[in-house]
Design a protein around this ligand. Structure first.
Ligand code: H79
Length: 422
């Protein structure tokens, strides 16, 4: 295990921010809805580049306050921020010398990445930058814009060496320490160029992580599919990118938000399978985070204030064999502590059963309370079955997820399912 992944392994929960020119149409173009993937509106509706570029002349996010973003992310319990420095539309949200197509040439005129980098440095937050390396709908040689440019004349290398490499260098030399470059949609980019891009990152900042979507498993960890959680737990680091509603960029119409209970459930599932959750908000054209997103994240943040020990620095128990009818589990291997996440609170006799744990439990309480809980742990020899009953208070302490902390005598060991004698 490489050391530079340490912060990422412990962080578990990050804030994704999708913000760019697409926040202005917010999923509607000339009265026509393009509700899915509002950040894809240019491609979805084949908007001519010249027309889409007009948005830059309007972009003036006067409400954008980088310190507010970073402080909110902290309050919400998030340990890193991933910001879209350049999405597929090709527009740079920072001061780039490589292209005129940037935030500098808007009425706003100020470098957003610079402001976020300053605020993150002052507030001790890890800043990571999203960069769309293959798709670029502004560059004639970038991938994706088939309505403005003739594919036959395309020379991907011209785009790669003319825009991608120098822009990634700018991002990694002008803004201090960057935690990770978050690449996306490598499609069929040639492996040699992916390797070169990884080398560019490493040369500029050897400690900087590269996510899995650089392609060909050249990243430092695996990225799950968008909004997907694997069934099985993974031993290597991985991350699940998820958005709060259906779209990543701001939407005027998409109010299909996940409620706080669902977000917490997803976070616990991801963490219990060894991953990180990077959860997205899409600020509007003025730089304001949607109110509903703020409400949800702040509920989750309140839960984390009490229950953070069950998330940060935890994973699952390797090869734990059972699904749990009452919830999920997470586990801290350094402190030998198990966390039982009770989502479906039991009725009388108010107990939950954990089958399959071999290690002895020595102290049990609910997070946020020091009161010890009664337990009963046994081993049934003929069935070769370990059982741990935990007796909970009659009244459910937390409707969303009551976390039971179980201190173990040693490293957690799980039983295997199956009776064959070895
Ligand atoms: O940045 C976010 C997405 O824009 C990006 N990845 C996350 C993190 C992404 N790029 N490609 N894809 C996701 C997959 C493509 C999905 C599509 Fe669609 C289906 C493109 C067109 C149809 C989703 C639905 C986007 C527009 C409509």
């Amino acid at each position: 295990m490489s050391d530079k992944l340490q912060w990422f392994r412990e962080a578990k929960y990050g804030l994704f921010i999708h913000w760019g020119l697409y926040a202005i149409p917010g999923g509607t173009w000339k009265g026509q809805p393009s509700p899915h993937g509002t950040e894809w509106i240019m491609k979805n509706m084949k908007i001519p580049l010249a027309e889409y570029k007009e948005l830059a002349k309007q972009f003036n996010p006067v409400d954008f306050d980088p310190y507010y973003y970073v402080r909110q992310a902290k309050k919400w319990g998030m340990k890193y921020i991933v910001f879209t420095a350049k999405h597929h539309d090709g527009f740079a949200m920072y001061d780039t010398k490589v292209s005129d197509y940037s935030i500098i040439n808007t009425p706003y005129g100020k470098d957003i990445v610079r402001q976020l980098a300053d605020a993150c440095r002052d507030e001790n937050m890890t800043l990571c930058l999203y960069y769309s390396q293959m798709q670029d709908w502004e560059h004639p040689d970038g991938n994706g814009n088939t309505w403005d440019f003739n594919l036959k004349n395309q020379d991907f290398k011209r785009y790669f060496y003319g825009k991608v490499v120098p822009q990634v260098k700018e991002l990694l030399t002008n803004y201090g320490k960057i935690g990770m470059v978050w690449f996306d949609t490598p499609y069929d980019m040639p492996i040699e160029l992916c390797r070169e891009l990884a080398d560019v990152v490493h040369e500029c900042q050897p400690e900087c992580l590269i996510n899995g979507r650089i392609g060909y498993c050249l990243g430092d960890f695996r990225e799950a599919a968008d909004n997907a959680i694997p069934v099985l737990s993974q031993e290597e680091c991985w991350e699940s990118p998820m958005t709060l509603n259906h779209t990543w960029g701001y939407s005027h119409t998409d109010d299909n938000f996940k409620d706080p209970k669902t977000v917490i459930e997803n976070l616990v599932r991801v963490v219990g399978k060894g991953g990180n959750l990077v959860l997205n908000v899409g600020p509007d054209e003025f730089g304001k985070i949607p109110e509903r997103s703020e409400e949800i994240l702040s509920e989750v943040g309140k839960w984390l204030e009490v229950n953070g020990k069950s998330i940060y620095g935890t994973t699952g128990i390797p090869n734990f064999p059972y699904m749990l009818p009452w919830g999920d589990l997470t586990y801290n291997d350094e402190t030998h502590t198990l966390y039982l996440h009770v989502k479906n609170y039991p009725n009388f006799p108010y107990r939950i059963l954990l089958t399959g744990l071999k290690t002895k439990a020595i102290a049990v309480n609910i997070l946020g309370s020091k009161k010890p809980l009664k337990i009963s742990q046994s081993y049934e020899i003929a069935r070769d079955e370990n059982r741990l009953y935990v007796f909970l208070p009659e009244e459910c302490p937390d409707d969303i997820d009551t976390v039971v902390e179980v201190k173990l005598e040693d490293k957690a060991k799980a039983q295997t399912v199956g009776t064959a004698k070895k």
